[in-house]
Ligand binder design. Structure first.
Ligand code: NAG
Ligand code: NAG
Ligand code: NAG
Ligand code: NAG
Length: 373
């Protein structure tokens, strides 16, 4: 018995040294869960995680990838792997810093090492910087995506490299990227079908964050460029915009203060982003209750703040999301996802619970549609 104990102490010590040499010990009780995932799932459900422990209440029957936009949580890693879901890093770097290929390689190597030391499965590149077509950054960005993908796929077999793009490829917010080059260099694009009023060129009025027609036209533009539907994951918002109205007309036109953004005279920067959970708490005390806009296929409401100022709030709910989700299925996109998983009310209040469940369900619902496309 004594000898046994000695051997196991020695073994533990040896494992400890090995762990230290590898950077860190596997945090999961089942060491198998520290293996990066290699399989692929038919339909991607891509969730941005930002903070806290709400991830425990995500609908794990759907989730395929968690993009870690908050602190690394070893418990989340083990849990995600136990559900067959990937955990990927966030990648962002000022492009000026990686024009030199050596600096680029250095940045990529660091990210691969970090992913490996945390047993993670890839990276989501979230580079939303303005890039003009004739600037050196144009090719630098494409090279970054290509080299990051090569390095991750080589060093972590089965890993996933993805890139976040605006709702349309037409130089939205001065993001004039080589979209076809980027798409062919990574596993898929996450299309951010929100903040679609970041540049308002027409009348300066409050409008939907993700109006259906505008959203779908963005996908058609990507596909027209030659990007396959299977390279596109639709990103929908679990938040809305609260706008203070300079004037609110009888037919609900809310005039905004002009806040310019990247060359446009008016922008959603005039409003404030609000989580769906906050909207659901506010709506019953609003002036109008939820109204539906038939053109933008989105809900909104008006309310008065404590200083008696009028506001208009535009958001997405299970109905507006289902309409977009139906397009995902009909057009054969790779999947769907949201910014972000932590904006719902995960408390055990009964009403909140059902609202939260409906939002998750809307991602895969297939309502009978009028002929939209
Ligand atoms: C590129 O890397 C070198 C060597 O580490 C460093 O001195 C230099 O500042 C970096 N360049 C930029 C633009 O960050
Ligand atoms: C975009 O990137 C691809 C792949 O690197 C390249 O072949 C293509 O020439 C680039 N397109 C433009 C317009 O620069
Ligand atoms: C708001 O009102 C609706 C309709 O009357 C009701 O179904 C819902 O539960 C209410 N929400 C809250 C948070 O009280
Ligand atoms: C949506 O777009 C389609 C096709 O471009 C167009 O026929 C239709 O009128 C648009 N619907 C609305 C409500 O703007």
């Amino acid at each position: 018995m004594k000898g046994y104990g000695g051997a196991s102490v020695a073994l533990c010590y040896w494992i400890f040294l090995l762990g230290a040499a590898l950077g860190s010990l596997c945090p999961c009780t089942d060491p198998q869960l520290c293996q990066p995932l290699t399989g692929s799932r038919d339909f991607e459900v891509f969730v941005f995680y930002t903070s806290g422990k709400n991830w425990k209440m995500y609908d794990w029957s759907q989730v395929t990838t968690i993009a870690l936009f908050g602190k690394y949580d070893p418990e989340l890693l083990c849990f995600a792997h136990s559900k067959g879901a990937r955990l990927v890093l966030k990648g962002d770097v000022p492009l000026e810093e990686i024009v030199d290929p050596k600096n680029r390689t250095f940045w990529i190597t660091k990210k691969v090492e970090l992913a490996k030391s945390q047993y993670m499965d890839g990276i989501n590149l979230d580079i939303e910087q303005p890039v003009l077509k004739d600037s050196p950054q144009y090719d630098v960005l494409t090279a970054l995506v290509q080299e990051t993908t090569e390095a991750f796929h080589r060093e972590i077999p089965g890993s996933q490299v993805t890139f976040d793009v605006a709702w349309s490829p037409k130089c939205v917010d001065e993001r004039c990227y080589n979209y076809t080059g980027i798409a062919s260099s990574c596993d898929f694009l996450f299309v951010m079908s929100y903040d679609e009023q970041s540049q308002i060129w027409t009348e300066c009025l409050a409008a939907a964050n993700s109006p259906l027609n505008k959203t779908l036209s963005g996908y058609e533009q990507y596909i027209t460029l030659g990007i396959e539907p299977k390279k596109l994951v639709m990103g929908i918002p679990w938040y809305g915009y609260d706008y203070m109205c300079l004037d609110l007309s009888e037919d609900n036109k809310c005039t905004l203060n002009k806040v310019p953004f990247r060359g446009a005279p008016c922008s959603d920067a005039a409003g404030q982003q609000v989580p769906y959970r906050k909207i659901m708490k506010q709506i019953n005390s609003s002036i109008t209750g939820s109204l539906w806009d038939d053109v933008q296929e989105s809900p909104f409401y008006n309310y008065k703040d404590v200083k008696e100022r009028l506001h208009q709030v535009w958001y997405d709910d299970p109905k507006s999301i289902s309409l977009k989700a139906a397009y995902v299925k009909a057009r054969g996109l790779r999947g769907i996802g949201m910014w972000n998983g932590d904006l719902l009310d995960y408390s055990n209040d009964l009403i909140a619970e059902s609202q939260t469940k409906e939002m998750w369900k809307a991602l895969i619902s297939e309502p009978a549609l009028p002929s939209l496309f």
